[in-house]
Each structure stands twice: as C-alpha cells, then as structure tokens.
Design a protein around this ligand. Structure first.
Ligand code: M6R
Length: 601
C-alpha cells in the first residue's frame, strides 16, 4: 500500500526521504516521488517503477532543502503512471501532497472543482485534496487542511507542505496509518515505524481523526474539532538490524530463519505479560474470529484449538466478507481479530462492526500501537519484530503460538483444563524453537522438490485437521511469490471434486505429520498415488513408510504434542515457496500486485 514519509529539520531532507522510502518498499508500490521546498519553490521528482529509478533520476542533484515529503504509490485510482504518481501539486504549484487511502467522494468533489475552473492532471483521488487545500488557503496551512478534511469521506492519511510556510508539514490520519518520529531539531512523519527507525526510536502513533502540525522544533496534535491533544511518545525497542537483511539474500529468507528466536520471544512475552481479560471469559458463549490471508489461515488453527481446549464454539470468517454479513453478535460474543500489521482495513472494519454490536474485541497483532491494537478491548502481541517480506512467515508461526497459548489459557479459565494441563501445554510450546532450529540446521531440502514445482503450472496442497490450514498457507505462499497457481484443500474433500485435477503431471504437496488423523491422511495419500501424481510429503523424519512411498519426502522432527505440528510443518512450505520464487528469479520480497499492509478495502 502507499507509503508516506516527511522530514523537517536541520539536516538535508532529500537523502533522509529517499532512505526512508526505501524502508517502505516492502509495503508494495509501483511508483515513487519526493517534494522539497527549495529557494521558496516546490521541487518535485517522481518516477514510475522502483525507488532506485527515482534515486537515479536525482543523481548529482544537490539539495539544501530542509523540509520535504515522499511517497511510494500502490495504484488504486488510475494506472501506475508518471501523472498519477505522488506527490501531487495544486495548479499554482504552491502546495504538494502525498496520500495513502481512498477518498470515497472524490468524484463529486472533483466535478465541483472542475465547474469552478480547476484543471486536473491525474486520475487520482489525491489531487482533489491538494486543490481544495490551495482553494481554502488564507495564510495558515493548518486551517486550510481543517476546512478540506470536513469535505472528505473515506479512510486516508496524508502529508502536505506549502512553499509559503517552508518549515512546516501538516499530517492527517483518518483510517490509514501515520506515525511521528520525534528528533532533536528535526521531526519525521511516516506510514510506519521501520521507515524512520535509523533516525529516532521515539515514536508518536496518531489516532484516527487527528491532525499533526510539525516543525523542526515542535509537534502539535489536534483532533478534527481543533482541540489540542496531549500525546506522549513511546520508545520503540526494535533495532534497525531487525529491519535489515543481515547478509540474507532476501528478507523472507531471513524471516524464515528468525522463527526459532521469534517463537521464544513470543512465548516469553506471553508468559511475562500473562493474560488478564478485561471481561468475564466464563460469560462468553461464542467466539467469532476474523482475519485475512495468512492471518485467516492461522485463525483456522485457532478455531480447532479453542474448540478442543476451551469447548467454546468458534466461527472463522474472512474479514472482507464478515463485515457485510449479518453475523449474530451480542455482548456474550468474543470477537478475535488477527492481523500482523494491525492496519488491515477489512479486519478493522469487521472488528468495528462486532464492537458496535456489543462484542468484546480481542486482537492478536504484531505491530504495537497499530490501529487495531488501540481499538481493541484487549491485545495479545506476537513479538515477531518487523516483518518486511510481503509473504507472512515468522508472524504466521508466532500467531499460531499465541493462539495455542490463548486456547489453553481459556481452557484453564473455563475449567475444561487443569492448571497442570495448561502449564504442560506451555512447556511443550517452549520446546518448539529448538525443533524448528533443528529442522532449519539439519535439513537439506532436495533440489528435486524445487525443480518439480518451479516447472509446474499448478500445484495442490493437502492436509487434514490442523494440517488443512497449513495446506492453505503453503499454497498461498507458493502462489503469492512464485505466481504458480496453487490451491490448498482439506484432504478428505479431495474426492468430492479436486481429485479430478490429479494426474501424473500434478505436483501434490501433502502435509501428514503423526497426529490423530494420520491414518486418514495415509488413505488420502494412497488415492493421490493411485492417480500417479508427483507426491511431495511433509511428514515425521522417523516415518519410513511415507519416505518409501513419496517421490520427495521432507522430514520434520517428532513432537510429543501433536497440536504443535502446524508451527513446524509450515516451515518447509515457506522454504519451498521461497526457493521456487528465487530460482525463477522473481522479486521474492515485493511480489507483483501485492502490498504488505492492505489499508484499503
Ligand atoms: O497484516 P495482516 O495480517 O492483517 O495482513 C493480512 C494479509 O494481507 C496477509 O496475511 C497476506 O495474506 C500475506 N501477504 C500472506 O503472506
């Protein structure tokens, strides 16, 4: 999704803006640009394509500007093009804006402005905002922005500068993320924290309906009614190394290898923070879980575990669908929203719907201070650190770890598990990092798997029980970064349709750990073998039978807690997707058309 950066201070703005934009690349984008206030005028440079193109086009430019804004654009209104790239200017070239989100009523506003003689140069909704700001400007940028936002409908964040007030940036947040970095004789603005992490770790997270007025020595925050707000900065403990590749070829690979540490941190965080629900968990009679993408797949695992341990009925839905369903929700419903970023628009809207209907809202998020975190009654954190690769890896396994701990805790609180049983579960979870480490260090995935999949047009992923969501996740990983069509199915469903797809050319990835559905999985594997598919199996390393019957076999360590196999069995699937995409020479960390944080509906 679009990324915003802003800088005002004693240093030269251009290199800071460009390097901050590079750290927003992972969000996904198709064009990039900067606007600087130089010698009383606004200078704009933008390019379609990667930030390196923008950097190249600025080669040799020496800029003394101390105030500017920058942007990475992920096209929503209008194709990726020079005209549609941000920053956008007003007709007099006195104001520049960068924007993330959607102005839902831009067509009406644009029509009105055209009738008043305004000429537009892009197809974007953004251009409307800067025209309005210039129209309302009477010597105070803040006032002009205030008048403008009264007219805007939608979810958005933007930053605007004007040549008339060269040391000032105004930022607005309504639905899309925006954070302020607090420095000495300098301040920053960005769509998310990693962008400005090398410059400051003191961060103020803006809430919806807030406007910030930034100069190099002051930060004033107002609500949309013009009331000043007092907000304190928080210290972000992430170091910049966690947002860098540290010698790995791609962020995704680094993040896969970080999983043992991440799960340890997640378990530690879980134990030290504990769980103390701000509502009576015994009064909850139904749970609804909501998420998108990988977080949705993790929710499916959460459903199995919560129903198993806490005996509460759980419904799981895609957030984008749920917000338009009339799901029955009341004050005895617990709504669990799961999101790495905590900014996914669909998930936030679904959660808001649930809250409005009286449900208790519990979130599982990775980004502390994100919108969902702040909007929830209660939050559990995944402590995975910044995840830069678009494909979710370490945050997915961290979500499963939290869901496992949460399910066990609910079981204990509701009396379906003893304290000993609960703490035994947590002990077992604490052993998982060494098992993942063992797999990562000792397994040499054979090259045959990669060539099998990288030459395929389609692939099927199958699993039963807790391995079914892992099949979905494996297929999602492969398709999103390698562009190979892959589908995950519950293996028992295969004979009701998908089996028609299986022949000797079809790679079938089967996840079959030694759990309670193992025997059933073996029967399904036989069905696959009977159709001569190219069978790739993820099973226990000790499972000689599976080894013998599969074309390619990937062994994972034995566990004495079968409910934890998903955390382990997804790791080879992540590696397979990574290596296939890598061999195909694709952009692993920033796959086409995808954004890391999807802040639009
Ligand atoms: O930040 P979220 O967890 O809410 O994001 C949800 C999905 O967009 C995300 O999981 C997406 O599916 C991943 N890129 C998958 O790897």
């Amino acid at each position: 999704m679009c990324g915003i950066v802003g800088y005002v201070g004693d240093s030269e703005a251009l290199p800071i803006l460009l390097s901050s934009l590079e750290r927003l690349e992972y969000r996904g984008y198709d064009s990039a640009g900067v606007a600087l206030i130089e010698n009383g005028e606004i200078f704009v440079q933008k390019e379609v394509g990667k930030i390196r193109e923008l950097v190249k086009s600025l080669w040799g430019k020496s800029s003394k500007a101390h105030c500017g804004i920058g942007h990475t654009r992920w096209a929503t209104h209008g194709v990726p093009s020079f005209e549609n790239a941000h920053p956008h200017l007003d007709p007099s070239k006195s104001f520049a804006i960068v924007h993330n989100g959607i102005i839902e009523n831009y067509k009406e506003l644009k029509e009105e402005l055209i009738n008043q003689g305004h000429i537009f140069t892009s197809q974007t909704d953004t251009e409307v905002i800067v025209h309005l700001i210039s129209k309302y400007y009477e010597g105070d940028l803040l006032e002009a922005v205030r008048k403008t936002i009264e007219l805007l409908k939608g979810a958005f964040a933007f930053a605007v500068i004007t040549k008339y007030e060269p040391d000032r940036i105004i930022g607005v947040k309504q639905g899309s993320p925006l954070v302020i970095g607090v420095g000495e004789n300098e301040n920053f603005l960005a769509s998310d924290i990693p962008a400005i992490l090398p410059y400051t770790k003191q961060i103020i997270v803006l809430d919806d309906k807030e406007i910030v007025d930034i100069t190099k020595s002051s930060i004033s925050i107002y609500d949309f009614d013009g009331m000043i707000k007092t907000k304190h900065s928080m210290f972000v403990p992430w170091d910049i190394v966690s947002a860098e590749k540290s010698g790995y070829k791609h962020f995704m690979l680094k993040e896969i290898y970080e999983q043992p540490r991440v799960i340890s941190d997640t378990v530690r965080g879980f134990l030290s923070e504990g769980i103390s629900f701000p509502f009576d968990i015994k009064a909850i009679n139904r749970i609804v879980m909501s998420a998108c993408g990988s977080s949705y797949n993790a929710s499916l695992i959460g459903k199995y575990l919560i129903e198993r341990y806490a005996k509460i009925p759980v419904e799981v839905g895609y957030a984008s669908e749920q917000r338009y369903e009339d799901i029955p929700i009341d004050e005895n419903t617990l709504f669990i929203a799961i999101s790495q970023s905590g900014e996914t628009a669909d998930t936030r809207f679904a959660a808001q719907y649930a809250k409005d209907n009286g449900a208790k809202l519990l979130s599982i998020v990775n980004v502390v201070g994100s919108s969902l975190d702040r909007e929830s009654d209660y939050t559990l954190y995944t402590h995975a650190g910044p995840e830069i690769g678009v494909a979710a890896t370490k945050t997915f396994t961290a979500q499963i770890a939290v869901l496992y701990g949460l399910a066990a805790f609910m079981g204990y609180e509701r009396g379906s598990m003893t304290y000993e049983e609960y703490s035994n579960k947590i002990d077992k979870l604490a052993h998982i990092p060494s098992k993942i480490e063992d797999f990562l260090q000792n397994t040499d995935l054979n090259g045959g798997v990669y060539s099998e999949l990288s030459s395929a047009k389609n692939a099927i992923y199958l699993g039963r029980g807790l391995s079914f969501p892992i099949a979905l996740e494996g297929a999602l990983k492969l398709k999103e970064i390698s562009y190979i069509h892959a589908e995950g199915y519950a293996a028992g469903e295969m004979k009701h349709g998908p089996i028609a797809l299986i022949d000797e050319n079809m790679p079938v990835v089967f996840i079959a750990p030694k759990d309670k559905l193992y025997e059933k999985a073996i029967s399904n594997i036989e069905e696959v073998l009977a159709r001569k598919a190219k069978l790739i199996v993820i099973g226990n390393a000790s499972d000689q039978h599976l080894k013998d019957i599969s074309k390619h076999f990937i062994g994972i360590p034995d566990l004495d807690e079968e409910d934890l196999y998903p955390i382990l069995s997804v790791v080879p699937l992540q590696l397979i997707a990574y290596e296939v995409a890598n061999r195909l020479g694709l952009d692993v960390d920033q796959p086409r058309n995808l954004a890391k944080t999807v802040t639009v509906e």
